[in-house]
Design a protein around this ligand. Sequence first.
Ligand SMILES: *Cc1c(COP(=O)(O)O)cnc(C)c1O
Length: 366
Amino acid sequence: MNKHPEPVTGVLDIDAYVPGKSAASDGVKPVKLSSNESPLGPSQKAIDSLNRKARDLQEYPDPTAGALRRAIARVHGLNPENIVCGSGSDELLSLIANAYLTSGDEAIYSEFGFLMYPIVIKASGALPVVAKETDCIANVDAILACINQRTKIVFLANPNNPTGSYLPIEEVRRLHASLPSDVLLVIDAAYAEYVQRNNYESGIELVSENSNVIMTRTFSKIHGLAALRIGWAYASGHIIDVLNRIRGPFNVNAAAIIAGEAAILDRSHVEASIAHNNKWLPWVSDELTKIGLMITPSVGNFILIHFPNDNRTAAKADAALSNQGYILRAVAGYGFPNALRMTIGKESENIAVVKILTKFMKDDQL
Ligand SMILES: *Cc1c(COP(=O)(O)O)cnc(C)c1O
């Protein structure tokens, strides 16, 4: 028999990432609440910039994404030299794993952590190590107990997806303080803008003070630009230098650069998105709790809904919602076979989901 090319160790153990569904039942107009996208969409200024750019596509983009990096730096008070942009933060997570992991190495993530971590770890030939969580919250002591000579990276989503839980900055600092200085702490702060807690920080200061921390952020959530694939990372110079060596020279396209710049500078649109979430996150959580569902307390723009241990299962709720066009996220792959994740949607969508689930919970025909 002919041999075929074999990928590196670990690749064939990867279960490909399954994105949130986008189709409802046949003939029903879908309302997608499965991928934590923004119900308000992008800034009009970003759309206008993109439209202007549409007439001018023949040249390669700026390989440094300079305008975008400068806009990010201005808004967050950072040095643009310490920022690298990517085609979504997913690309940056892959680049980090490619650069710092090889076969024989280990990288840690928490039990219900974002599923891109095991994918990028295995793709680098390294071993993913899972640290147990407590009540759907990352547990610093459990993470520290997994550290050994082979550990190279700790991935922490803060807030985490799909749980919506977060670690206070003192806990993140305690984790960092106990890490060997050659272990990289990756803080994935994709939902940072939504968090309304005094004891939360995205990790900017921790990066500024240390040379083994990298924070990743995205334009796919609060900025409503998931289609353009824009992420960024903030880290010390030696890490940025490493990522710049291995990324594609034009990894962020020109449309992404121009729309991303306009989006992050449009602070009133960001504020409107935060205000919308501040209103509807507690409303949806409270209404669903009232009808007997268990909600993991969330600080993001989504909630994890746990269904009862009777015949009112997540799968049946998913079907009832899909029949009316509402697509939530099945999270069995994350270890929650009887839960659904719901992105906070527009007013009418939130009200409709609550109504469908209220009827579902009362239904004795199930
Ligand atoms: C959505 C999400 C991302 C963002 O991915 P992009 O590639 O930037 O779209 C990163 N991390 C977590 C935890 C997420 O939920």
